[in-house]
Design a protein around this ligand. Structure first.
Ligand SMILES: Nc1ncnc2c1ncn2[C@@H]1O[C@H](COP(=O)(O)OP(=O)(O)OP(=O)(O)O)[C@@H](O)[C@H]1O
Ligand SMILES: [Mg+2]
Length: 227
């Protein structure tokens, strides 16, 4: 048989997220007709000059901002056309969003913040994860008593505890020194390969960017593949 139906599908690289013809602008056009696909077990970095629209693009990919035009598909569904409850479920169960300004619950301890993630996901926080992120010793402290980098690592722990299918990370190592940054990235890369997940990472750190499978530069309103 030579028809296309007989060609075996590659079971390893199942498509996770597909962006089609994404355009957006605020006061001026940021990007036009952007296309991107993310598969299982794949990591993608997006680099580009400050202000070129990387965070805006990531916000669109992860459902937080509706683009002016274009579609995002997750599990063959256009995420901007699903119901409000499906959208909430998607954000709670499938998408793990790590931002530079991390959304921890202030007024609660580090431990309590993790416990909330455990309750929402019905997963337990792993001791190994705490150790790998070097936050085991600060769990009883309040959020306000943690350094910026500790808060960042805590929010990464919280997101990974949910076991999302896709991690969207905007400068996740922005507050960290080089050694801590590479430890944190190691944890995130290991998570992706163990869970067969995917990751889209925005970063100014070229070394970290190039440790991803693919690298795109946002320039002249387009995503240019540079690795
Ligand atoms: N909500 C908004 N309303 C109006 N303009 C916005 C909004 N969010 C971002 N912008 C503008 O869009 C442009 C792109 O911003 P964005 O945050 O996406 O850039 P970036 O590439 O992530 O930059 P950086 O590397 O500095 O984080 C900027 O000029 C910014 O001022
Ligand atoms: Mg940004």
């Amino acid at each position: 048989m030579t028809n296309s139906n007989s060609i075996p599908q590659n079971p390893i690289n199942k498509l996770l997220l597909e962006a089609k013809n994404i355009s957006h602008n605020f006061d001026y056009p940021l990007f036009e007709n952007i296309n991107l696909s993310l598969s299982e077990n794949e990591t993608i970095a997006i680099i580009g000059a400050s202000g070129c629209g990387k965070s805006t693009l990531l916000n669109i990919f992860c459902s937080l901002l509706k683009p002016l035009s274009g579609e995002i598909y997750f599990k063959e569904k256009n995420i901007f056309e699903i119901s409000q409850s499906e959208m909430l479920k998607l954000r709670r169960d499938d998408f793990g969003i790590i931002f530079q300004a991390h959304y921890l619950f202030r007024g609660f301890s580090a431990n309590e913040n993790l416990h909330i993630a455990e309750l929402l996901s019905e997963n337990n926080v792993s001791e190994d994860l705490m150790k790998a992120l070097d936050i085991s010793h600060v769990l009883t402290q309040g959020i306000g008593e943690l350094s910026g980098g500790q808060q960042q690592r805590l929010s990464i722990a919280r997101v990974l505890t949910k076991s999302p299918k896709i991690i969207f990370a905007d400068e996740p190592t922005g507050n960290l020194d080089q050694n801590t940054a590479s430890e944190v990235m190691k944890v995130m890369f290991e998570y992706v390969s163990k869970q067969n997940a995917g990751m889209i990472l925005v970063t100014h750190d070229e070394k970290i960017a190039y440790s991803c499978d693919k690298v795109y530069k946002l320039i002249n309103q387009q995503l240019e593949r540079v690795k």
